[in-house]
Design a protein around this ligand. Sequence first.
Ligand code: PMP
Length: 332
Amino acid sequence: MTRNQGINNTILELVGETPMVKLQRITKHLKGTYYAKLEAFNPGLSQKDRIALHIVENAEKKGILKKGATIVETTSGNTGYSLAMIGLVKGYKCILAVSDKSSQDKIDLLKTMGAEVHVCPANVPAADPRSYYEVAKTIHRKTKNSVYINQYFNELNIEAHYRTTGPEIWEQTQGKITHLVVASGTGGTISGTGKYLKEQNPNIKVLGVDAIGSVLKKYHETGELDLNEVSPYKIEGLGKNLIPTATDFDVIDIYEKVSDKEAAFAARNIVKKEGIFCGYTCGAVVQATKQYAEQDYFDENSVVVLIFPDHGSRYMNKIYNDSWMKEQGFME
Ligand code: PMP
């Protein structure tokens, strides 16, 4: 571990090596010991710094990205922020194609971080030339010296976590971890981290967290994409309506699905009880852990690591806003 030892040359040297903290109150009534790995301690406030940096540096090594080149991706979320930050430090242009469902706050934040943002209609099919997927591909095709990050279908997403998050957790728990609970979006975090840990100890259980309204759990159980599972939901970054190749389903033992409401209250509870100002999917991970505990997944000897993906500051207008909670019907 080198983080915080002496002077770092750029903020990018602070990516990874995030701290782990014992949960003191919210899991008190559950059997076992519970640790949260706080990915908000990355400089971009989320785990996405790891994959963004790994994919960019890989492209540099391959000679695809040279100074003054362009990074292209299709997200208004944490990956977009990480890429914009990396672009500023390394001198790359960052172009993000985002859906018009993205909040103005998010678009303004990405612009503040120097990204060029293309807002695309959300209500067109993915194959439509106006969709954010197609817009990003076109920008990539037309821009020399550009790299398309393509996080849902890029195996480097898994590799980033295999090389960093997995070894960190193994070292931090001194090999004592018995269960890993992880929110699954692209699946890079759960697959890479889980694969590394299972290689160290095949008895470790990798427990996934999916959203009600997403296809991942059903696909894991049946091997088939069932679009009847799809319905709108509010948690960002969790679950999906397609099958990402950045998920290695063989690494995952089981999934639990969580509701928007329970995940929101779980996040608010983490803040109040632990003093950790955490993002919406941290709530999802804690809620899923409770659901796993109700099914007797853990005993007194369990050492359970929960990955907390990002920081609460990104959700001030959502789960930490009572008016928003009331609008969703979550509060009276
Ligand atoms: N939580 C948040 C807040 C995220 O932004 C993401 C990334 N989509 C995830 C969880 C899931 O991580 P992964 O994509 O590695 O599965």
